[in-house]
Design a protein around this ligand. Structure first.
Ligand SMILES: Cc1ncc(COP(=O)(O)O)c(C=O)c1O
Length: 412
């Protein structure tokens, strides 16, 4: 057998890094010119193409009926699984669609059925709905629930985590890659490698990171990843998806199999779908799912790494601008590199800052401690103002926020 010399790659020029074309993004996004929308972490502005996909499908349902319209779109719906898989480095049979991240997390945690004596280790960055579910599961099933200690930069303390995992107690480790309450980015891949080493199930809540950062399930070594559509993916509300590693879904039985995820094969028998779709339900918004598919394709063609770099840079610029405003304290950990920017304005409640900014056309939100007690509550913060740009935000949007906050301060 002749051996083929390896293609020399070292001397090849690296392809030019893709750049984000903000002008084109704004042209494709009707809402971008109507105000300064800086709330991608809440629900981002979708592109006109995503919206048209949803509306066209609703029209098709109106004219032909829901089942008939869905049958016409079966190839596009199928493509949604492979696009979602491509986005996170998974296989299509490891993807299941849900109506939200919370539904995905709840369905999968319930299907894990951790028995009494097992342990859940949750990051301090855990989101409210997931935390409430973990607390009730732990209470009902007799599990220990530990909030992972953090280091001074608020990330999960890897040494403390290793110490816990090394005692051999079977554990579910659940981490929010980026929380709702700050721009923190958890060291997901390092956590994944610890869980791999000591054993356990690693659930990554990537609700705020998919579409924002480059996320690869193999690099991170997570067993489960859940995300929502409406945030950095710019998909319609009521959409989301999860990844469940094949070796895991093969062993997991959904608590409530649905006609979508199982076949009722005999009077007392049923067979589960041979993919992660076993966790899905039959009913759902087909229009929303088609819109999610298009939003994922757009995220892929926009280039995930270019998007990450642009978004993190926008976050840095916003933080730098806000730091210059008298009375502002940035509430993100110092090491933050993400497009979620949180701050407080001395003497003005966050909700008040948000409503005064809204009057100026600047859209941000206030995140109360009740959305993240293990983070904001632990830091003694009642609430923070959260701004989160996306690729349709230009310099004018960022400046409008900084100037708006300065003028609120000046009016006091
Ligand atoms: C980190 C994080 N996880 C989960 C969720 C819940 O997502 P959903 O509303 O789609 O259930 C949110 C929502 O803000 C979030 O920020």
């Amino acid at each position: 057998m002749s051996s083929v010399p390896a293609t020399p790659t070292a001397s090849l020029p690296r392809p030019a890094a893709r750049r984000i074309d903000v002008t084109a993004e704004r042209q494709a996004t009707a809402g971008s010119v109507l105000g300064n929308h800086l709330n991608a972490a809440g629900s981002a502005l979708p592109t006109a193409r995503v919206v048209a996909t949803v509306i066209d499908h609703l029209r098709a349902e109106e004219l032909h009926g829901g089942y008939e319209a869905a049958a016409e779109q079966r190839h596009a719906l199928e493509r949604g699984y492979s696009s979602a898989a491509d986005l996170i480095g998974a296989a299509a049979d490891e993807v299941a669609f849900f109506d939200s991240a919370s539904t995905g997390l709840r369905t999968i945690v319930d299907a894990l059925r951790p028995p009494a004596g097992h342990r859940i280790i949750a990051s301090s960055s855990t989101y409210v709905s997931h935390a409430l579910h973990l607390m009730s599961v732990a209470q009902e099933r007799g599990l220990e629930l530990i909030v992972a200690p953090t280091t001074s930069d608020r990330t999960t303390d890897l040494r403390a985590l290793e110490e816990m995992l090394s005692d051999g107690t079977p554990s579910i480790v659940s981490v929010a890659h980026i929380p709702t309450s700050s721009g923190l980015v958890e060291p997901a891949a390092q956590i994944g490698s610890l869980v791999r080493e000591y054993g356990g199930t690693f659930i990554l809540d990537a609700t705020q990171s998919v579409g924002h950062l480059s996320v690869d399930v193999d690099e991170i070594a997570c067993d489960v990843l859940v995300t929502t559509g409406r945030k950095f993916l710019r998909a319609p509300r009521g959409s989301g998806f999860a990844y469940v590693r094949r070796e895991l879904w093969e062993r997991m039985l959904p608590v409530a199999p649905d006609v979508r995820g199982a076949v009722w094969s005999g009077p007392r028998a049923w067979e589960l779908d041979s993919s992660a779709r076993r966790f899905e339900t039959w009913e759902g918004s087909v229009a929303g799912r088609l819109g999610l598919g298009v939003a994922i394709e757009e995220a892929l063609s926009r280039d995930v790494e270019a998007t990450e770099s642009w978004l993190c840079d926008a976050g840095d610029r916003l933080r730098a601008g806000l730091t210059g405003v008298d009375g502002v304290t940035i509430a993100d950990p110092a090491s933050t590199r993400s497009a979620i920017v949180t701050f407080v304005l001395e003497g003005v409640a966050s909700a008040q800052v948000v409503s005064e900014l809204a009057r100026r056309g600047v859209r941000v939100v206030s995140v109360p401690a009740s959305h993240g007690q293990w983070d904001l509550g632990d830091r003694g913060l009642a609430s923070v103002v959260r701004a989160s740009p996306h690729v349709y935000n230009d310099d004018g949007d960022l400046e409008a926020l900084v100037e708006g906050v300065a003028s609120i301060r000046g009016s006091r």
